[in-house]
Every structure is written in C-alpha cells, then in structure tokens.
Design a protein around this ligand. Structure first.
Ligand code: ZN
Length: 199
C-alpha cells in the first residue's frame, strides 16, 4: 500500500539513487522540496539543468569546467611540464586548496576496478599517454587514492609511462588507506606531495 502519492514515491526513488543519500534522507529531502516555494524549486531545477548543459571536460586535463580550457591549464605561470594525475575533479580541488602545487593536472574520472567492470579503457588513461607523447613532460605525479583501485591504477600508468623515459612519482603514503583525497586535510596532502617517491 502506498503511503504517499505516486509523485512523492517517484521523487524519493530518484533522490535515493544519488550517492550518499539513503532512503530516509531521500524522504526528508522529498518532503522539503514539496514544501518549498514554487520559484525556489524552479531555480533549483534550472540550476541543475544549466550545470548539466554547460559543464564539460577541459580539452587538456579533462577536469570539469565551463570553458574549453580550464583556469589551471590556461595559466601560463603554472609548470606545464609537471602533471599530477588525480581520480576526479574533487581531488584536483583538494590539491589546489593546499596552494603548494604549481604544476598542472590530468583527471582520470575514476580508477581501474575489475570488480565493478572498470578497465583502463573506461577512464582517461589513453588521453594521458597521448598527452605525454605530445608535450614536453618532465614528471608525472600519481596522486590516485591509496585504495586497491588507486594503487592498481598508479601501477598501470607507471608501466605505460616509464619506458618512454618520463619521471614517474607516487605521492607518499600517510594518506589513510581507502581514504578519499577530498576528505584529507590540506597539511596532510601537502606532506604527501612533498614526500613523493620515485616509481
Ligand atoms: Zn585543464
């Protein structure tokens, strides 16, 4: 028996499918949305649609951006010969917050995970290899997470780039195992960067 209207059930279902939102939170959000003034709801749906329509991949580093080239890649003061490889745009933002990194990035949009069917072809590894062949790259810093997936991805990339004579380093551990980079404080991230090791 449906306790709510079909519309609310559908809304709860959609919200509960979002990451980190359980069924209880989805219900709370659904009722909150229903009780919001109409203009606020319109603004929210429009904001979501605009973000989806206008955000794209930077043509150099594949981070999410509003422009053809993201602000980091467009900045001539950055060291374009040093590329830090991260799993997602949130990790990039975490490193930018440390203010310690002057190079550029490459965003993979995931990590290799055979368990859930994500192979090297599903993330932006080919694009990284092509970029390294095209540009004068001195160092690639692998800053994927210290989870099994992150380590597997780092090893895979290292094996592809090292034969090409590119210096490949890995951020120091000390970043908690399985820890999402975005939740680690700036000091710890800065230290992980300083203490990076040669692969
Ligand atoms: Zn970029």
């Amino acid at each position: 028996m449906d306790l709510y209207s079909g519309y609310i059930n559908k809304l709860v279902e959609e919200l509960a499918a979002l990451p980190g939102i359980g069924n209880k939170s989805a219900q709370r959000l659904a009722f909150h949305l229903i009780n919001m003034p109409e203009d606020k709801v319109k603004r929210l749906t429009q904001t979501i649609a605009d973000a989806k329509a206008n955000v794209r991949y930077c043509s150099e580093c594949y981070t999410l951006t509003d422009q053809e080239i993201c602000p980091v890649c467009a900045n001539e003061k950055r060291d374009h010969a040093t590329i830090m490889v991260v799993e997602n745009t949130r990790d990039l933002a975490a490193y930018e917050k440390t203010g310690k990194y002057q190079g550029v990035y490459h965003v993979l949009h995931g990590a290799i995970s055979p368990m859930i069917g994500i192979g090297p072809g599903e993330i932006k590894i080919k694009e990284l290899v092509e970029r390294c062949a095209r540009e004068d790259v001195h160092e690639v810093i692998l800053a994927t997470n210290s989870s099994l997936e992150g380590e597997t991805t780092a090893m895979y990339i290292s094996k592809l780039l090292k034969p090409a004579g590119i210096r490949v380093t890995r951020i120091a551990s000390g970043v908690p195992v399985g820890g999402d980079l975005e939740y680690i404080d700036e000091v710890t991230l800065g230290r992980a960067l300083d203490g990076r090791v040669e692969l």
